[in-house]
Design a protein around this ligand. Structure first.
Ligand SMILES: [Ca+2]
Ligand SMILES: [Ca+2]
Length: 171
């Protein structure tokens, strides 16, 4: 049994509503769609739930640790510290892009932080798998690019879709 985007949203919002110290306006369908795309949706539902709970408590721990002023949300400075501590070494431009994408009124709330972290984690994992010799750079052709789960999920490409369907997205 697979977990649907709506079910994931219900579960996450239910879990997060029990943690009143974490500021959030709730997980949206769009952000949950992105996360389902990055997780192994072929897993049975129970395993998915365990995984979601593990990820949630892990991210909740990071969030609380780096919410230095205990405001219940992240400033761009706090988010940068949290990401650096998590091993995500990004340049200034990329940090600014992430803040612009995930901050509302200069703060990053818990659901936005979770989406950002899940996507970064998937992106780094995909890159590390491709960078087998550990040089920090990879060379890919377009077919290889579209086979990266992260890229597939960005375009909501189902498993059986091919390069041709990505071309349709662009055209
Ligand atoms: Ca939010
Ligand atoms: Ca804070």
């Amino acid at each position: 049994m697979e977990i649907s985007v709506r079910e994931l949203r219900t579960i996450l919002n239910r879990v997060v509503s029990k943690h009143r110290d974490l500021q959030t306006d709730g997980f949206s369908m769009e952000s949950c769609r992105g996360m389902v795309g990055l997780m192994d949706v072929s897993s049975i539902c129970r395993l998915m739930l365990q995984k979601i709970c593990q990820i949630h408590s892990l991210i909740g721990g990071i969030f609380r640790e780096f919410d230095l002023d205990k405001s219940g949300c992240m400033s761009s400075y706090e988010m940068r510290l949290a990401l650096e501590n998590g091993g995500f070494r990004l340049n200034n431009k990329l940090y600014q892009t992430l803040v612009a994408r995930y901050a509302d009124n200069d703060i990053i709330d818990f659901d936005n932080f979770t989406c950002c972290l899940v996507k970064l984690e998937a992106m780094f994992k995909a890159f590390q798998e491709l960078d087998r010799d550990g040089t920090g750079s990879v060379e890919l052709n377009i077919v290889e690019v579209t086979n990266i789960p992260y890229i597939r999920s960005c375009f909501n490409l189902p498993a059986n879709h091919t390069i041709a369907s990505l071309r349709n997205v662009y055209s």
